[in-house]
Design a binder for this molecule. Sequence first.
Ligand code: NOJ
Length: 457
Amino acid sequence: MSKISDYFGLQAEDFGEDFVWGVSTAAYQIEGAHDIHDKGPSIWDDFTSKKGNTYQNHHGNDACEFYHKFQEDILLMRKMNIDHFRFSLSWSRILPNGTGTVSIQGIQFYNDVINFCLECGITPWVTLYHWDLPLALEEKGGWTNRDILDWFQEYVTICANSFGDRVKNWMVLNEPMVFTGAGYFLGVHAPGKKGLKNFLPSVHYAVLCQAAGGRILRKLVANANIGTTFSCSQIAPYRKNRRDQRAAERADALLNRLFIEPSLGMGYPWDTVPVLKRIQSYILPGDTENSVFDFDFVGIQNYTREKVKHSYFVPYIRAKIVKASKRKVRTTLMDWEVYPPSIFKMIKRFNGYEGVKKVIITENGAAFADEIYKGGVHDEERLSYLQAYLKQVYKAQEEGLKVDGYFVWTFTDNFEWAEGYYPRFGLVYIDFKNQERIIKSSGKWFSEFLASLKIHL
Ligand code: NOJ
């Protein structure tokens, strides 16, 4: 049988025995069962219940019904040779009010998922916070309230004690720049808050929680592999002039440096973006030291690159992203440029930080308008996207850079936040009318690609 992967020229085993291959997901995007048993509402349940916040008012009430279908999905992973599964815990499923009473059923659900993964020989990678804050906490200010430090530590302690005997790979936060930027500055994600007065405290408290979460896991989980994840994109000036160059540096500081640098003891990048100095009013004695944590790995999540130009009209940052659709380049359905060298640049960039011990690609993938045709989903564009990005990951390895794993975003099509179900990112197609799963061409290729790892077993 001729295999698609033969034409690609690389096999999973070429990346080395210890390289981790997996798929990534997040609770709100897949689970559904939004109000089952005593689960409390999250900010995303609330945000999506209000008209106009998401594409055609889509919501995650049912999503992929992973809550009910997790066995089917994990078995499908097994069948596709996927050995590592990254998923997140829904805080309000575990603590319906964010703090206080723990839901027995919530803990049971994640125990079932974890145990089933282990039975199937799949290693669980758990993200503690992937954007679905309990609504009860948002009503007290959410990420803008310094009390989040206590709330978060209580939650992490419960998760570490409940699952740490079996889960060894942990990520504290998912893309803090996105949940603070989109959720507390632009207002386009839950909880829909805007402005610097919301953004700056949420940044600082997320930085503190990032490190505090790491410390709790270190204390409570034996042999833990602890990381956290960052969104990142190569940023290039739109035109070759000094003003665009400066604008690109400011955008880069905000989008790529804001959360990693304080965790490495380098502080906030306010030399490049002066408005960040206003964070100082939230910094209490001891905070700078407490922002630091010695992560075992950093998870980097790269999809595209951005081109940035100077703009007087954008307050504070005076920089503007020039949309990919205006640049006549190949794009995905998210209007993100397909630009594989960006992932190489980002691996290199994170390797450049002295304190970074390991780099894992915890997300990479692409959305296209997939359709069922003659019983199959022939997503050639995703397939070539993944191959092109993987070639860059391989190049990084060949050049001696640290890169220790790669997780595809995502396993099945799912709820893409403000864009609803319109962009499909999965290796597996979901027909949301009947929840049928169909492995796409990219999924078939990925499982063949991973098969080289099994031959030697
Ligand atoms: C970033 C987020 O972590 C994930 O939730 C999202 O669906 C993907 N990247 C694609 O936008």
